[in-house]
Design a protein around this ligand. Structure first.
Ligand SMILES: NC(=O)C1=CN([C@@H]2O[C@H](COP(=O)(O)OP(=O)(O)OC[C@H]3O[C@@H](n4cnc5c(N)ncnc54)[C@H](OP(=O)(O)O)[C@@H]3O)[C@@H](O)[C@H]2O)C=CC1
Ligand SMILES: O=C(O)C1=N[C@H](C(=O)O)C[C@H](O)C1
Length: 314
């Protein structure tokens, strides 16, 4: 059973009062108010990305639902997590299917955000589809083709992408365009991909896997199992030059292409410290999805390149 607690009020009336001061701010707030026609439930807020997205949602003045789906609870008496002083009640898998009915009744324009783990991804997707709950998913891993076809077939509104950082999404889009326009451009080239993430990361970078796909379409022979993972803090600092302060949260990616005769070399690199860029992008994706739902768009499944193309990234 869910606690009979109302969400923290981020009420339209409060916001409107704050903005009576100037004409410009009234106009701005009218836009913001229109955008806030949905409620966001950020799952796995005990985790790093869940927490970062919930904070970004509050910064964007989104109504944050005071519940969060979590992993099976192994700590007695732990029933909530706090985000910026707001308590979110933990909803473990055992009560999830019953709780969702009540949550949806209370928050009718609900969008969920998923940053769980590769191990949980299929269960989570099944859950969103089963309850026809729109969602933004940044979780990596799993069988991506299976996930996309399941969500597409169910016509559940969703944005699914392995990277939500605006400029990285733009880089992915360019690589994708290059592959479509110049297939075979890098034929015969040797590719080396090195990625470094915090040592708790379970899987190979989903972003690297997506970018590799574009290089393969450009004629490079490469399998994602060849991606080199750096997870040892010592190597991260000494070899990858990750600042010590970022050992708990960083994503460094280098893609190096060398011609067959060794005379030409290309290198692409994106190095991110922290999680703000992904969290902000996730908020953009939730605004975008709310808009598509409001206009009853025929297309229901999106990725972050769609969000970027729509001009929906701040
Ligand atoms: N698309 C993007 O831009 C980005 C994607 N990611 C991806 O997001 C995912 C999460 O990363 P990160 O936040 O760093 O990882 P964390 O390990 O910090 O968090 C994972 C969270 O998932 C929860 N969890 C585990 N199993 C379940 C379950 N069955 N149901 C609900 N919740 C569950 C964990 O709960 P508990 O703590 O109780 O175990 C924890 O809260 C990864 O796949 C990562 O690659 C990360 C950054 C950016
Ligand atoms: O786990 C992370 O941290 C990240 N995961 C995503 C991925 O696997 O590509 C995105 C980014 O690299 C951070």
């Amino acid at each position: 059973m869910l606690a009979s607690r109302q969400p923290r009020s981020l009420g339209v009336s409060d916001a409107t009062n704050r903005c009576r001061r100037t004409r410009t701010s009234v106009v701005v707030m009218a836009m913001v108010t229109n955008k806030r026609q949905f409620q966001l439930m950020v799952n796995s807020c005990t985790g790093k990305m869940g927490q970062a997205v919930a904070e970004a949602a509050l910064r964007a003045n989104i109504d944050l639902v005071p519940y969060t789906l979590c992993a099976p609870l192994d700590v007695e008496n732990k029933n909530h997590v706090t985000v910026q002083g707001i308590k979110l009640e933990l909803v473990p898998p055992s009560v999830r299917d019953t709780a969702i009915t009540e949550i949806k009744a209370r928050y009718p324009n609900l969008i969920m955000v998923d940053y769980t783990l590769p191990d949980a991804i299929h269960d989570m997707v099944d859950f969103y589809v089963r309850h026809n709950t729109p969602f933004v998913m940044g979780t990596t891993g799993g069988d991506r083709a299976r996930i996309l076809s399941e969500v597409e077939a169910a016509k559940t509104y969703a944005v699914i992408a392995p990277n939500m950082g605006k400029q990285i999404v733009a880089f992915q889009a360019i690589m994708d365009m290059m592959a479509k326009n110049f297939p075979g451009a890098f034929s015969g080239y040797k590719l080396r991909v090195v990625e470094s993430h915090q040592s708790t990361k379970k899987d190979t970078s989903g972003t690297a896997k997506a970018v590799v796909q574009s290089f393969v379409e450009m004629g490079v022979k490469f399998d994602v199992s060849q991606i080199e993972l750096v997870r040892e803090p010592k190597d991260q600092v000494e070899v990858m030059k990750v600042p010590e302060s970022a050992l708990n949260g960083h994503a460094y990616h280098t893609y190096q292409l060398v011609s067959a005769d060794g005379t030409v070399m290309f290198e692409f690199q994106h190095n991110v410290i922290g999680r703000t860029t992904y969290a902000e992008g996730t908020v953009d994706a939730s605004f975008f999805l709310a808009q598509r739902i409001a206009e009853r768009s025929e297309k229901t499944l999106y990725n972050m390149i769609d969000v970027l193309r729509a001009g929906a990234m701040r």
